[in-house]
Design a protein around this ligand. Structure first.
Ligand code: A3D
Length: 320
């Protein structure tokens, strides 16, 4: 059987890391696409040359032509610009919306059967726009944010409790931004919910609140340190986890920006929710019940996302 084909649209910091991880994990043959001439070709060759030492079999190529992504099984989109210190994700909206139009049309024309994972920010609005421009089925287009946000949460919690991060699960809902909703009630250490960890004296409510806030600010913390761009190792790893769930039909339960129509009281919009990812793409959205406080936080996150979607409609009349 032929290897799956993975198209990476955008060969910058995240795109290059995606290619390297996908190759090491032998997920398939990889095509890097970018408008910057030489960048995808150079990264593809560099990674291919790591193959003999690492011992992977994967064809690597770089291109400026959408024709080369033809028949891709997975497309991961990072094309666009990242933020710099002082910028919010929302400041990227106008410029990245134009990029989503060209990428969406490229995927529509050359890889209409792909499972598409968008990473470009502002995430929830960009994945919505990418779906509109590509016209692909909603269950085949999603956004990566929740896996990263919950990985950050898990990392901070594991440090606080001094336990393996493998035994820490975390649950993050809502848009990828300052309004994201880390749900402590559904986050656990080996099955013990975080509020019980506070009762058991393993941490204090103040420390837990500070970890929740650090998770919300996790992207900005890295932007502040790097100064020239945003996080790329953990974002790429998170998207590869989602791509692998699709390619291997793993039925993983992962939070991601998915199209929700009916569940959680939402009518036809993209926002971060728990999903099941398998060979059908986003196979299920988990319709969880929230407390009053959680619902209020989720509602405010949903309206922030809706505001950005409305702004997209104002910029590009074909979306209205
Ligand atoms: P960067 O290293 O600048 O790479 C972006 C690449 O996109 C560059 O190589 C550009 O040449 C290329 N590009 C620009 N326009 C086009 C186009 N029209 N078609 C094809 N390629 C194009 O950025 P990065 O890889 O660090 O980040 C990429 C995106 O991911 C940014 O929008 C970030 O804000 C976003 N991001 C999202 C998360 C989430 O958790 C959702 C985390 C980190 C970064």
């Amino acid at each position: 059987m032929a290897r799956p084909k993975i198209a990476l649209i955008g060969a910058g910091q995240i795109g290059g890391t995606l290619a390297h991880l996908a190759a090491i994990k032998e997920l398939g043959d990889i095509v890097l696409f970018d408008i910057s001439e030489g960048t995808p070709e150079g990264k593809a060759l560099d990674i291919a040359e790591s193959g003999p030492s690492e011992g992977f079999d994967a064809k690597m190529s770089g291109t400026q032509s959408y024709e080369d992504i033809a028949g891709a099984d997975v497309c991961i989109v990072t094309a666009g610009v990242p933020r710099k210190p002082g910028m919010s994700r929302d400041d990227l909206l106008g410029i990245n919306l134009k990029v989503m139009k060209s990428v969406g049309e490229g995927i529509r024309d050359h890889a209409p059967n792909a499972f598409v994972i968008c990473i470009t920010n502002p995430l929830d609005a960009m994945v919505w726009a990418l779906r509109e421009f590509s016209g692909l089925p909603h269950e085949k287009v999603c956004g990566m944010a929740g896996v990263l946000d919950s990985a950050r949460f898990r990392h901070f919690l594991a440090e606080e409790f001094q336990v393996s991060m493998r035994d820490v699960t975390a649950f993050v809902l809502g848009g990828h931004g300052d309004t994201m909703v880390p749900l402590t009630r559904y986050s656990t250490v080996a099955g013990i919910p975080l509020p019980d960890m506070v009762k058991m004296g393993w941490t204090t409510q103040e420390k837990l609140d500070a970890i929740v806030q650090r998770t919300r600010d996790g992207g900005a913390e890295i932007v502040g340190l790097l100064k020239t761009g945003s996080a790329f190792y953990a974002p790429a790893t998170s998207a590869i986890e989602m791509a692998e769930a699709f390619l291997k039909d793993q039925k993983r339960v992962l939070p991601c920006a998915a199209y929700v129509d009916g569940a959680l009281g939402l009518k036809g919009m993209y926002v971060g929710v728990p999903t099941v990812i398998g060979a059908g793409g986003i196979e299920k959205v988990l319709d969880i019940k929230m407390t009053k406080d959680e619902q209020a936080m989720f509602d405010s996150s949903v309206s922030a996302v809706q505001g950005l979607v409305d702004a997209c409609k104002g910029i590009d009349s074909s979306l209205a």
